[in-house]
Design a protein around this ligand. Structure first.
Ligand code: GZL
Ligand code: ZN
Length: 336
């Protein structure tokens, strides 16, 4: 795709102007387009940003809300031509999608890496092709930070800590035995939420007696919880890395004739509608939110990257937390 410095300059000027109207930081306001040409992101000829997005899959309510946010925001009227692919939670499908975006010569590539490792080769190919990459939701464990422009997502260690701190506050001293439903093996949220939870409960008398991956899905969360219930008769609490696995655990606990939220407490992360409903109904005891609405941030960062603007390397999305009372209040106006 032929690109001229003139187009880039005009686009940069236009994007600086549009940043003005968006109430963007004044520091970019100088006469010259700030940082023009710093990245090797050449401007698209027609002002439309063609963005190739590789999504993890459709494994959970969170993922559905995340996909909706991206597709609702990166629209033609917002200046985007979005190419979207669903990898069914397989890294090889994501690598294939990224390679196809490189071949198509898109202006920007964005993706949520299903696992942390194994991305350097394909990201080096994108870099060699002069196509900037933006990470959303999950991070990569790459030593080469030049392989992506920015990472937009939550602090998963903090989410695990918030869950653990609440459990210690509520139940320390009662000798609770807990089981853990881990997210997808190798995924940043699974690794980091486990780390955060364990660090928060360290020193309390809570004992994690079993831990296994439920791959972030309701079905696998239920199956793993059935296994835990067959193996242990002294489970007091479930820590699930996402609502969907917590909802699967509820089904298994009820099938075993016990009352979730009472006989066995449940703490999860995400705060999607189905999880918040279970929390309001008393079947879950606490949920730490993980905001999936990353579309607007992605659109803004993509426009800045194309305009050659400086972008922050790491944009942390703020997360709240809910107990049964605050869930009842929040439910009516929940966006997801
Ligand atoms: C977290 C995201 C996780 C959610 C799960 O940012 O990657 O993946 O917690 C989803 O629900 O499957
Ligand atoms: Zn890591």
């Amino acid at each position: 795709m032929a690109r001229t410095t003139l187009t880039r300059t005009i686009l940069a000027a236009v994007s600086v102007a549009s940043l003005f109207t968006l109430g963007a930081c004044a520091s970019d306001a100088g006469g010259e387009p700030a940082g023009g040409g710093e990245t090797d992101a050449a401007a698209p000829d027609d002002g439309v940003i063609t963005l190739g997005f590789s999504q993890v899959g459709a494994e959970s309510g969170w993922r559905a809300a995340n996909t909706k946010s991206i597709q609702d925001t990166l629209t033609a009227e917002n200046g985007f031509d979005l190419k979207f692919s669903d990898a069914q939670q397989k890294q090889e499908n994501q690598i294939q999608a990224i390679r196809s975006y490189i071949t198509q010569g898109v202006d920007v590539i964005a993706f949520s890496p299903v696992v942390e490792t194994g991305w350097d080769p394909v990201l080096q190919e994108a870099k060699a092709a002069g196509i900037p990459v933006i990470l959303t939701d999950r991070a990569v464990d790459s030593s080469d930070e030049t392989l992506y422009e920015s990472f937009i997502g939550s602090d998963f260690v903090k989410e695990g800590e918030m869950a653990g701190e609440w459990v210690v506050e509520q139940y320390d001293g009662e000798g609770y035995k807990a089981v853990e439903l881990q997210g997808t093996t190798g995924a940043a949220p699974a690794i980091d939420r486990k780390e955060g939870f364990e660090s928060a409960v360290e020193g309390s008398d809570l004992e994690i007696i079993d831990s296994q991956t439920g791959n972030f899905t309701r079905a696998e969360g239920k199956t793993v919880m059935e296994g835990f219930l067959n193996k242990h008769d002294d489970i007091d609490l479930v820590f699930a890395h996402n609502d969907d696995m917590g909802l699967g655990a509820i089904e298994a606990i009820e099938a075993a004739g016990m009352t979730p939220g009472e006989d066995i407490k449940i703490v999860t992360i995400d705060a999607v509608k189905d999880g918040m409903q279970a929390l309001a109904d008393g079947k879950i005891n606490y949920i730490v939110e993980c905001n999936p609405l990353l579309g607007p941030d992605l659109a803004e960062i993509a426009k800045k990257v194309i305009a050659g603007e400086e972008v922050e390397k790491r944009i942390v999305v703020e997360d709240l937390a809910f107990d049964q009372e605050s869930a009842k209040e929040a439910l009516p106006t929940r966006e997801y």
